[in-house]
Design a protein around this ligand. Structure first.
Ligand code: MN
Length: 186
C-alpha cells in the first residue's frame, strides 16, 4: 500500500493542486520601475495581473539540501514595446542553479551574469532551461497566450530582487517590427 502524494501537477498546464500549495501574484503596479516606458505604464491599469506563481516548499526556506517546485503563469501583453516579464532576480546564495521547463506558450528566458552581460534563450512548449549559479534570470512572454513554466530550485537559493531593481538587466526584450529583439541598454 502506498500513500497518495500530497501534491499533484497537471502536466498540460503546470497547475499544482494540494494542501501545501501556496500562491502569489504580481501586478503591473508592483512592477513599476522595471519597464522602461513610464508613460505607457501610466496608461495601463496598475491592478493588471502580470504573473501568478503556484509553489510547493516541502522544507523551510533556507534549508540546505532541499528543493522547491513552482509554476509561473505569465500573461501576454506589452508595456509600450516591452513584453510583459517577471521581475527577475539573482539567487541570494549566488552559486545556486535552477531548472525551468516550458509547459505552454512562447517566450524568452533572459539571463545576465554578474558583469551585466545579458543573453536569452527562446522558450517554447517542452524547452528545458538550466540557469547556472551566478546568473540572474527573468522571463518575458512574446506570445499571445499565457506562458506557463515549471521550475525547480534549491531551498537555500533565496531571491535577491534588489540588484535587479537598482541596476536592471543589460538588455531589454522589445517588440521591433513585430518581432522580439534583445536591445542593449545604453
Ligand atoms: Mn530563481
Amino acid at each position: 500500500m502506498s500513500e497518495a502524494a500530497g501534491v499533484m501537477v497537471d502536466w498540460l498546464t503546470g497547475h499544482l493542486e494540494g494542501k501545501p500549495v501556496r500562491t502569489s501574484r504580481k501586478t503591473l503596479g508592483e512592477l513599476r520601475g522595471i519597464f522602461r516606458d513610464p508613460e505607457a505604464m501610466h496608461r495601463m491599469d496598475p491592478a493588471t495581473i502580470v504573473y501568478r506563481v503556484e509553489y510547493w516548499l516541502p522544507v523551510e526556506e533556507g534549508t540546505p539540501g532541499g528543493l522547491f517546485w513552482g509554476t509561473t503563469v505569465l500573461e501576454p501583453g506589452l508595456v509600450g514595446d516591452e513584453y510583459f516579464m517577471t521581475h527577475g532576480h539573482f539567487h541570494s546564495t549566488r552559486d545556486r542553479a535552477e531548472f525551468y521547463g516550458t509547459v505552454e506558450g512562447h517566450g524568452a528566458l533572459i539571463l545576465m551574469d554578474e558583469s551585466g552581460k545579458t543573453w536569452m534563450e527562446a522558450m517554447r512548449p517542452g524547452s528545458l532551461h538550466y540557469v547556472p549559479g551566478g546568473v540572474a534570470h527573468r522571463m518575458a512572454n512574446t506570445g499571445r497566450t499565457a506562458l506557463r513554466v515549471a521550475a525547480c530550485w534549491p531551498s537555500d537559493a533565496g531571491h535577491d530582487y534588489e540588484h535587479v531593481r537598482r541596476h536592471g538587466f543589460g538588455a531589454r526584450l522589445r517588440e521591433v517590427n513585430g518581432k522580439p529583439s534583445l536591445e542593449p541598454e545604453r
